[in-house]
Design a protein around this ligand. Structure first.
Ligand code: UDP
Length: 314
């Protein structure tokens, strides 16, 4: 039976890929976005389907006249340069926006899923990160606006679950990449691919020995769906445990694009986590989910997407 799914941040990278997933399965999708980091071009292809776009800032009251079965709360600036440029909006959407989205879930009896993040672990002192680790976050540092907003959002989500019996899920999303990321969102993968395709210097921050673990978007969307359909009401890590240094990532991208780019080193941003790798034992056991797409395959598809964006006139 067709379900009604509301996605906040539905014009963003992950939100629009989720919209595709549900529409392909013949559900109805309502997407809310104020387009400060999302883009109409991510959803322009969805006009003929059971799809509705509402241009709205979810920190304001959300009025929706129809029934809703599921609310996926994905609205937020999410790349470090975005939330450094939009610190107040980031705090507001994580706090006030989550409050409005939960209020709507309560009013409609909808299942709620919060897009949380590995950033709630901060610069982690435990490695790899398990859900029972409480994190090492600098609340007053530049990344604090995102980390604390998401930590507050988790607390609010659990409060609505406990006190209003909302069926609430929390996905702690680790670094994810793929088509529809913004070329200039400042994250390592779009930045390196665009630099490599233009044969420009690849800007590695610090010495490049900090680590990340990158998950391809299709794997993440599958994990989110499994979590949404599950009976789990506590945080679950979703990400790819394949860990690498940022220098290795830069070399891999140079290799896959046959680029003439050289690697140059730039200062490491403040509070940049030194390591990050999800422990996904919980998702494996409770959701029977694990990533399937290899780094080479995922980067290949992402490079193809950015090549079109950068060089196609149409
Ligand atoms: N990074 C880099 N060069 C860039 C962009 C990012 O070396 O041009 C590094 C960044 O300092 C971090 C890692 O790549 O250590 C991943 O950064 P990203 O912005 O993708 O996400 P984060 O995991 O920090 O949220």
């Amino acid at each position: 039976m067709a379900k009604k799914i509301l996605i906040t941040g539905g014009a963003g990278f992950i939100g629009s890929n989720l919209a595709d997933f549900f529409l392909e399965r013949e559900h109805c999708v309502i997407c809310i976005d104020n387009l400060i980091t999302g883009s109409i071009s991510n959803i322009a292809h969805l006009t003929n389907q059971d799809f509705r776009f509402i241009n709205l800032d979810v920190t304001n009251y959300i009025y929706i006249d129809s029934e809703i079965d599921y609310i996926l709360h994905f609205a937020s600036p999410a790349s470090p340069i975005d939330y450094l440029e939009l610190p107040i909006q980031t705090l507001k959407v994580g706090s006030l926006g989550t409050h409005k989205a939960l209020g709507l879930a309560k009013a409609r009896g909808a299942t709620f899923l919060l897009a949380s993040t590995s950033e709630i672990y901060g610069d982690p002192l435990i490695h790899p990160q398990q859900e029972n680790y409480w994190g090492n976050v600098n609340p007053v540092g530049p990344r604090g606006v995102y980390d604390e907003a998401k930590r507050f959002a988790e607390a609010l989500t659990m409060a609505y679950h406990r006190y209003h019996s909302i069926d609430a899920k929390i996905a702690r999303i680790f670094n994810t990449y793929g088509p529809r990321m913004r070329i200039n969102d400042g994250r390592a993968i779009p930045t390196f691919i665009s630099q490599a395709l233009k044969n420009e210097d690849i800007t590695v921050y610090g010495e490049g020995n900090q680590t990340r673990s990158f998950c391809y978007i299709d794997d993440l969307v599958a994990g989110i769906y499994q979590l949404l359909m599950s009976g789990i009401n506590e945080p679950v890590n979703l990400g790819n445990p394949h860990e690498m240094t940022i220098l290795q990532l830069a070399e891999k991208i140079i290799d896959l694009t046959n680029s003439k780019s050289e690697i140059v080193f730039r200062p490491l941003p403040e509070d940049d986590p030194k390591v990050r790798q999800p422990d996904i034992s919980k998702a494996k056991k409770l959701l029977q989910w694990e990533p399937k797409v290899s780094l080479e395959e995922g980067l290949g598809k992402t490079i193809e997407y950015f090549e079109k964006k950068l060089f196609d006139q149409n």
